[in-house]
Design a protein around this ligand. Structure first.
Ligand code: FEO
Length: 162
């Protein structure tokens, strides 16, 4: 069954969202690097790599369906943050936003009875659950420990292990 034009457009839009996410995390990594928080910079760099992989997964899927991939313009990300907590709160909110986007794609695939796309999206539904969990647990940890430099450094060292 041929994939619909609407579905192709929606997935191309999501490819852009994944590249935008990658850039947001790369900018967060750069912020942490400048703040001397190398563990957090490393964690965000890994996150950047994951987002590129997400974009590539969607690209590979469109190729598999014989559809045209549009390589998007990437939005310039925000460069400055108040502190580490602010960064992780922003990334948690961003992941919630991405989840809502993935759910909309699922809704479209269901309404079109596009079972192949539904099956592909299952991976992203699970991945989003993990992404939200990862970022929200770092937010909880930073909130629990407080903004004291010594405590932020403890979390920084922990995130270096990712
Ligand atoms: Fe590609 Fe973090 O969602």
């Amino acid at each position: 069954m041929k994939i619909s034009d609407a579905m192709v457009a929606a997935i191309n839009d999501q490819i852009k969202a994944e590249f935008d996410s990658a850039y947001i995390y790369l900018a967060m990594s750069s912020y942490f690097k400048a703040e001397g928080l190398d563990g957090m910079a490393h964690w965000m760099k890994k996150q950047y790599n994951e987002e590129i992989e997400h974009a590539e997964k969607f690209i590979a899927y469109l190729y598999e369906r014989g559809a045209r991939v549009i390589i998007p313009e990437i939005a310039k990300p925000k460069e400055t943050y108040e502190n580490a907590l602010d960064v992780f709160k922003t990334s948690y909110a961003h992941e919630q936003y991405v989840t809502s986007r993935i759910y909309k794609l699922v809704d479209l695939a269901v309404s079109e009875k596009d079972y192949a796309t539904q099956s592909m999206l299952k991976w992203f539904v699970d991945e989003q659950m993990e992404e939200e969990d990862n970022t929200s647990s770092i937010v909880s940890k930073l909130e629990f420990l407080g903004s004291d430099k010594h405590h932020v450094y403890i979390v920084d060292r922990e995130l270096a292990a990712r």
